[in-house]
Design a protein around this ligand. Sequence first.
Ligand code: SF4
Length: 458
Amino acid sequence: MSREKAETAAGFFARELLDWYDANKRDLPWRRDRDPYRIWVSEVMLQQTRVDTVIPYYERFMQRFPTVRHLAEAPEEEVLKCWEGLGYYSRARNLQAGARQVVERHGGIIPDDKAAVSLLKGVGPYTAGAILSIAFNRTEPAVDGNVMRVLSRFFLLEDDIAKPSSRAKIERLAASIIPEGRAGDFNQAVMELGALVCTPKSPGCLLCPVLAQCAGRAAGRERELPVKSKAKPPRPETRLAALVEGRGERAGKVLVRRRPDSGLLARMWELPHVLAPDEAARSRGRAAGAAALAADAAVLAHATILADAKAAGVPEAPAVADADDSAASAGAVAAGASMAGAAGDGRFDALSRGLAEEAGLLVRPVRLWSEEEHVFSHIRWKVDVYLAEFGFFLAGGREAAAGAAGGVAAEPGASYGGPSDADDLPDGWLWIGPEDMASLAFPNVFLRILNDYFTRRA
Ligand code: SF4
């Protein structure tokens, strides 16, 4: 497209698009005023998430944290709980960290200043552009996937939008066509066109307000654009999770743990789980012979004996209610121990060994409960969930666990240093019942598993 033609097309695009937006914009809760805090929250929620999904979350969030100060002062657990189900939880943590910066650095007022807004935690060029243009009407572009798609099609741009250089080019283009005095409306109008008309798979060109000068459509290329090189598919991982059921005083409860302070799903709650051994590792494990299995079986047998002895007044009886579970658990220690080595395609063994090694937690898997899937941006989790009986936590934590897993404590009569008191859980572990689901924040996959478990056990 020649420069002159592009300039004419840009003028047409801005004019027609704004007229269309004025007549057709959706009444969305964050469009009812120009409060920069409300715009900030909505833009963060809308990243990777559909408008329909966001609306109820946004309304609950604004009710609970109506100002930047409320958000800054809230316990993180409450913020995560309010975000639960939206995914990409680092967005919530960053938003709260940014709110705290606004309070500390700017007295609780979001600044009308590009450099200051861009320095807030979690605020990238898109969010900064959205806040500055929508709240303060600054002539700043806000270029997300929708905007890149619309502009690539309208101007017939063939740059790979996965490349940072292409994004920078489209940002410059977008900045150059923002009409005077209407930056916020223009940015929202492009996004709205991308969401409602110029959609990824089937653009509704015949209803499009800028059809008459759309170069992509004129070339018959609207469905091929934008060019985007494929991202690497998420890495598959199978996790083995334990639904450890309480018994005696803890009947009806299950054991959960808090994730580490950093990394994926930081500080959220989950069922204890370990990475499943891959096929190669499993065959290596089998080739290692009966000695290792016997050692593991002995660890588990010992765990069960000690746990049973510990649970004063609680007879050796499975806590599980199903006939299946009872049958699987009957026969006590010897059967349980051999089951741990042989049943579940080696997975009982992998789960109990893994939890002992990683967390010092001794459990006895009983049977497969459910299978779940969850896709993160870079990992695809298949989660196999096993009902399990609680043994105990090794006193001394992971170090003791390493010794036990190495076979030291598997010697007949050997001591683990005494099991931890069943009520005295290590930091970051809890027994929870259905009532606790309202206060603890879980990633979606564990939320589904636990809600399903408590419903079926009710
Ligand atoms: Fe998108 Fe079609 Fe409109 Fe062009 S005419 S901007 S391809 S919907």
